[in-house]
Design a protein around this ligand. Structure first.
Ligand code: ATP
Length: 532
């Protein structure tokens, strides 16, 4: 069985990709179970991207003033609005697996991001009755790290403890069929292996609402079967699954309902076979060229739509300008006009829809974006190390140098540090101005200023050096009195420091923790200056 879809390429042309899926490789069809209460209500949601730096306004469209004033300014281009999702409404229930299909740029990923609270709608509302997970760990995974380490990090990002995440490693490795690759950095994985690992990690914990965006497209038949089983399990546990895929065969096999998006709008919504058949007819009718090369977005201005040279190139209608500045777009025929079978579900969500789930449904707000972002936080490799314990928020920049520095330690690394750990010499003592801060670790006397020959020797004998007084030793040279000999304990250090910047006490009373040395003359030169 061949599953044809159109996909964009980097050069703007579109090609058909065949998802060659043999009939026997297809898992059994998903069975529709009894549906629960609404889990997601999307009410007239619009998402518009504002892109800075579109095609600059052509010379003739600029006012005279702008042409004169702007001559000196560098042109920074226009702001282009891309209306990715335009008035989408639907109600999803617990126990449903909903496939979202549509050609490139039809707004599938944007819609999922809006439902997950990662991109607040420009207009409209989304109500959820559970925690959404948009293959939630993608943002947390680091390609430079091994699969094993990423499993731990992903588990932490999903709220598991490190031990819980580690315990899941064998199961994930088995599910994603990684084998020994789990010990290699993820940048050595094929896209299929990486996608399998991401899917496996994302579904370690059963989410209330799982959103899978193209993650299964690169998987082989065996993996599709396994992932289908896992999706079934989530559905059975009354979760809701959204599956964005270009593989119609996968959608047919795994989903119980399909929504077809076209140019940011719901074109059909309903039974799997009905919608998939119509969608495939649509694709075939377009000859595989479902979307136009050079297109910016469903409602946005298209590249090449300007008036300059090359305008019209790459447009599907051969150069006729399709109306396409922000806010103006070709209106799709309403479903009622097209006579599609699923027209009934293409209505605006009403209060009636909200009633059954009153209480359990909450509206997705800006606040939802924050926790979601928080849970998808980047976790450094350090966070997964046992010593770190609590996961902390670290940017990838923090992780990078650490990764780079992870080399084998050599003998040479030890040498320089040995060099810096040299023996303390008397030169160090002499240059030490803190006095009381010096500590004799040999367990010797209290007085750091004692004559070296009387001090316990640290290490090999140093040449004897004369005692260097910290203060003038007599009044003869400076006129300062000889100070009390200070004991090298903390208290005396504090008391001495407390004199700094102050006039020293003139009292002849000994300080409580000092021993007195006879004072010959007690005259401070500053006193003399005052007297003079
Ligand atoms: N971050 C963005 N900034 C500006 N425009 C964007 C952004 N993301 C998507 N778009 C535009 O929004 C429109 C819808 O994009 P989206 O990725 O949602 O489509 P899609 O149906 O998921 O496409 P595909 O099948 O190729 O993945 C596209 O025209 C795209 O160019």
């Amino acid at each position: 069985m061949t599953d044809n879809v159109a996909r964009g390429t980097s050069n703007g042309k579109f090609e058909e990709i065949d998802f060659e899926i043999d009939a026997e490789d297809l898992p059994d069809r998903a069975v529709r179970t009894e549906l629960g209460a609404p889990s997601v209500i999307v009410d007239d949601v619009h998402v518009t991207y504002r892109v800075f730096g579109g095609r600059p306004v052509s010379g003739t469209n600029r006012s005279l003033f702008n042409r004169i004033v702007g001559r000196a300014r560098q042109s920074v281009g226009a702001i282009t609005e891309v209306r990715a999702v335009r008035g989408v409404s639907f109600v999803a229930r617990h126990g449903e697996a909903i496939g979202i299909v549509g050609t490139n740029g039809s707004g599938k990923s944007t819609l999922l991001r809006a439902v997950a609270g990662l991109h607040p709608p420009t207009k409209g509302r989304v109500y959820l009755s559970g925690e959404p997970s948009l293959l939630g760990v993608n943002a947390a995974l680091l390609k430079d790290l091994s699969g094993e380490r990423n499993i731990t990090i992903g588990g932490l990002a999903l709220g598991m403890s490190e031990a819980e995440a580690r315990a899941k490693i064998p199961e994930i490795v088995d599910f994603a069929d990684l084998g020994d690759f789990v010990y290699l950095p993820m940048n050595a994985y094929s896209s299929g292996m990486a996608a399998r690992l991401r899917f496996a990690i994302s579904t370690i914990v059963t989410p209330d609402i799982l959103m899978v965006d193209e993650a299964l497209a690169t998987g082989d038949a065996a993996f599709r079967k396994k992932s289908k089983e896992r999706i079934e399990k989530i559905r059975e546990e009354a979760g809701t699954v959204f599956l964005v895929s270009h593989s119609i065969a996968s959608v047919r096999a795994m989903c119980t309902r399909v929504i077809w998006l076209d140019q940011g709008q719901v074109r059909m919504d309903g039974d799997v076979d009905t919608v998939c058949d119509e969608y495939q007819k649509f694709i075939k009718g377009k000859g595989g060229k479902a979307t136009a090369g050079g297109k910016i977005g469903p409602g946005g201005r298209r590249k090449g739509a300007g008036k300059g040279r090359g305008a019209g190139k790459g447009r599907p209608n051969g150069g006729k300008r399709p109306a396409k500045v922000a806010g103006q777009h070709k209106q799709l025929p309403r479903p009622a006009e097209t006579g599609h079978p699923a027209t009934g579900s293409l209505r605006r969500v009403t209060q009636e829809d909200l009633r059954p789930a009153t209480g359990s449904l909450r509206q997705v707000s800006r606040d939802d974006v924050r926790p979601a972002t928080g849970s998808l936080r980047k976790v450094s490799p350090d966070a997964s190390r046992p010593a770190t314990g609590s996961p902390r928020r670290i940017s990838p920049d923090t992780a990078r140098p650490a990764t780079g520095a992870l080399r084998r330690v050599t003998e040479d690394d030890a040498r320089p540090s040995t060099g810096t750990l040299r023996r303390l010499t008397w030169e160090d003592v002499r240059s030490d101005r803190s006095g009381g801060g010096y500590q004799d670790r040999s367990g010797g006397g209290d007085d750091p200023l004692a004559a070296p020959e009387t001090r316990p020797v640290m290490g090999p004998a140093e040449p004897a050096v004369p005692r260097v007084p910290r203060w003038p030793s007599s009044t003869s040279d400076t006129g300062f009195p000889e100070l009390p000999r200070v004991r090298a304990d903390a208290e005396s250090h504090r008391s001495r420091r407390s004199w700094v910047g102050q006039r020293r006490p003139q009292s002849t009373e000994p300080a409580p923790d000092t021993e007195t040395i006879p004072v010959v003359k007690v005259t401070d030169p500053r006193d003399r200056a005052d007297e003079g």
